[in-house]
Design a protein around this ligand. Structure first.
Ligand SMILES: Cc1cc2nc3c(=O)[nH]c(=O)nc-3n(C[C@H](O)[C@H](O)[C@H](O)COP(=O)(O)OP(=O)(O)OC[C@H]3O[C@@H](n4cnc5c(N)ncnc54)[C@H](O)[C@@H]3O)c2cc1C
Length: 365
């Protein structure tokens, strides 16, 4: 006998965007069921790993209001959970020639002495300039997902792991979601399926490409990697931007490259090979030479890319009871709690014109 339950909203996917949406809805008293096909903390998607970078320096001012909401939402989550989730370390973003990066309090730094005084351990390549963002820093990603889940469950959310959504049907103004364990009837379905979004929502499939992304993390506690000696950083290169996250709170310095091979998320993402690890260690040697890079913790993860690196969020034109949340392109985590609040608003019929620049409507879907 198939179990049938009813709720106001079903959220598919419990990565940072799905879990933030579940927590925001539950704390508003909405009956919400959150479903993920893998166990909590799994490493098959895009939200695993201890840390992420947060910054105000963005390439287009259209992002600035949402970036402000992101910082506010993290502060709100810290208050609600009693956890420290953000470490402000400052961030330096090196580039050749002119940079689009801008944002409140961000400054252009051209003098190498000034670069060294702002971030002593970071070696900016010769001939490069940099944008310095004093409010950039580190997000405690793993801790944030636990905090959101704890708040969601405490507020009455039905959070389910290792249950797969197989499909859904629109039913009398709502939706009937079929899983490998039963059926959930609800008014709305939020699809926050990360790298599976293109499979789950054919309307998005032409817009999205999934990349395998590699990172290395070195031994924690090295003074050269700890703020203020090192903050968040990046180096813009033709072969792909290098990003670095400092060792705040004993997480170790992490480095990765914003480029990778196209990957099918149905296949577990392959761990970095020894040669790939060596290449990342060489980058660490180049940009933070004082760090001891042996041993390293190497990891693989998935980006879901759009061509313009803008997210795709909003109801689907052909089934408005379904809300798509595809917010990655390698920079979505920092927006998690703010996007969760925004999607909860959309579920409650609250208009969010501030999301127009990242909406489904903008893409005609
Ligand atoms: C290496 C790396 C470094 C990054 N660094 C940064 C950074 O510094 N700053 C930043 O802001 N962002 C960063 N990002 C991007 C950020 O991590 C992602 O944008 C974000 O995690 C995406 O979250 P999500 O919830 O959309 O996807 P996911 O976390 O992948 O969640 C989607 C979930 O949907 C579930 N799912 C899929 N299909 C089904 C189904 N049929 N039934 C049930 N469940 C299903 C999956 O199991 C998965 O858990 C980085 C990403 C990577 C990979």
């Amino acid at each position: 006998m198939t179990a049938v339950v009813s709720a106001d909203v079903v959220v598919l996917g419990l990565g940072i965007h799905g879990m933030s949406t579940v927590a925001s809805l539950a704390r508003r008293g909405v009956r919400v069921v959150g479903i993920d096909r893998f166990p909590a903390g799994h490493a098959r998607g895009s939200s695993h790993g201890r840390t992420r970078m947060i910054r105000r320096a963005y390439p287009n001012p259209v992002w600035n209001p949402l970036v402000e909401k992101a910082f506010d939402a993290w502060e709100g989550l810290e208050r609600a959970s009693g956890e420290t989730l953000i470490h402000r370390t400052g961030g330096m973003y090196a580039h050749e020639g002119a940079s689009q990066l801008q944002g409140p309090d961000c400054i252009l730094v051209e003098d190498r002495g000034e670069m060294a005084s702002l971030m002593p351990s970071f070696v900016v390549p010769d001939g490069y300039r940099a944008v310095y963002d004093p409010s950039a820093g580190v997000v405690e990603a793993e801790r944030a997902l636990v905090a959101l889940r704890t708040l969601a469950v405490a507020a009455g959310a039905d959070v389910r792991d290792t249950e797969q959504v197989l499909g859904w049907d629109s039913a009398s103004g709502g939706v009937q979601v079929r899983t490998d364990r039963g059926v959930v009837r609800a008014e709305r379905l939020v699809v926050a399926g990360g790298s599976w979004a293109g499979r789950l929502l054919p309307q998005l499939s032409d817009l999205l490409e999934v990349w395998r992304i590699l990172t290395v993390t070195v031994r924690a506690g090295q003074s050269a990697g700890i703020p203020p000696a090192l903050g968040a950083f990046s180096v813009d290169r033709l072969e792909g931007l290098v990003f670095g996250i400092p060792d705040a709170d004993g997480n170790g310095v992490k480095l990765g490259v914003d480029a990778g091979e196209v990957w099918d998320p149905e296949t577990p993402v392959a761990a970095p090979t020894p040669a790939e690890v060596d290449a990342l260690r060489d980058l660490l040697h180049a940009y933070v030479p004082a760090l001891d890079t042996a041993p390293v913790e190497a990891a693989a993860c998935l980006y879901t890319m759009t061509e313009d690196k803008r997210f795709v969020i909003g109801p689907l034109a052909d089934s408005p009871e379904v809300i798509a949340v595809s917010a990655c392109s390698g920079h979505g985590f920092k927006f998690g709690p703010a996007i969760g609040d925004a999607v909860a608003d959309l579920c409650e019929g609250v208009e969010r014109p501030d999301l127009d620049f990242i909406s489904t409507a903008r893409r005609g879907i």
